[in-house]
Write a protein that binds this ligand. Sequence first.
Ligand code: PBG
Length: 325
Amino acid sequence: MIKRPRRIRGNEHIRRMVRETRMDKSSLIYPLFVIDGENIEEEIPTMPGQFRYSVDRLPYELERLSKAGVSNLMLFGIPAVKDAVGSQAYAEDGIVQRALREGKKQFPDLYYITDVCMCEYTSHGHCGVLCGHDVENDQTLELLSKTALSHVQAGADMVAPSDMMDGRVLAIRNKLDENGFKETPIMSYAVKYASAFYGPFRDAAGSAPAFGDRKSYQMDPHNRKEGLKEALLDVEEGADIIMVKPALSYLDIISDVSREINLPVAAYSVSGEYAMAKAAAKLGYMEEDRVICEMAVSTYRAGAEIYLTYFAKELAKFMDEGRIG
Ligand code: PBG
């Protein structure tokens, strides 16, 4: 026997030398919920260990992130009032806009990305304006563009539309360009499936649709080629980064997209993936730390360069300790 694969697995030194997947803290993005009100730091019941912060409490969490070496965050807003057209999404004193101003003032070195969508702001919980029971694509584009612009005006470094309306990347690009923000990048949630793994998030944000589901705009999990179609369209519309979401059940899609397009690929390990790992660990069914690492490694190995995860702080620590990376 001259070929012995075990030769390069014999000890930790050589195992680390021959690693094919390398990760770095600079590629982590931490999703964070900000809520209207004061002095609020409330744990999200379906996502133990994750909290909703009012703007006055946000800096404490930003400090923890910063100390952990996680320098990128994605902001989600939970407004006090919702209405049919989600007007708090693009209000100058909206929750995300205020969080951005406060965050930027106190922690200017962090990189602020905002989720651009309507579902947290509409009374019906859909990701756009309604016409009857349907989400009206083209009218929604104007509201999304206004939202993105107001985020950037309040200090966002990057915007990330997650609504899955057709043409929204181009609409946002045009709006930002017309207003002098030519250099602000767009990370598109380009390949976003209609997934049950968003369940805990919808609890966290109070954004579950009041009727029906999101299947007329988010993608059917059976489809693979359609993922590439969505990614390529957003490339043409001027997206700077393409995201695939969720991560763990969609590694084939991450792999396809990263092979076929020449933009950085991000993958979002969503709330349900987090909740699943947490719940199993709590029951003693799996080792939490190792599961967190394996979920991350598999996502990078599939081709993601950027990883959005509620475990960002834990992963940063594991990277510092050399357990992964
Ligand atoms: C907003 C949005 C959602 C998520 C990110 N942006 C919810 C949804 O589409 O229903 C999900 C994130 C997660 O589950 O962690 N549209």
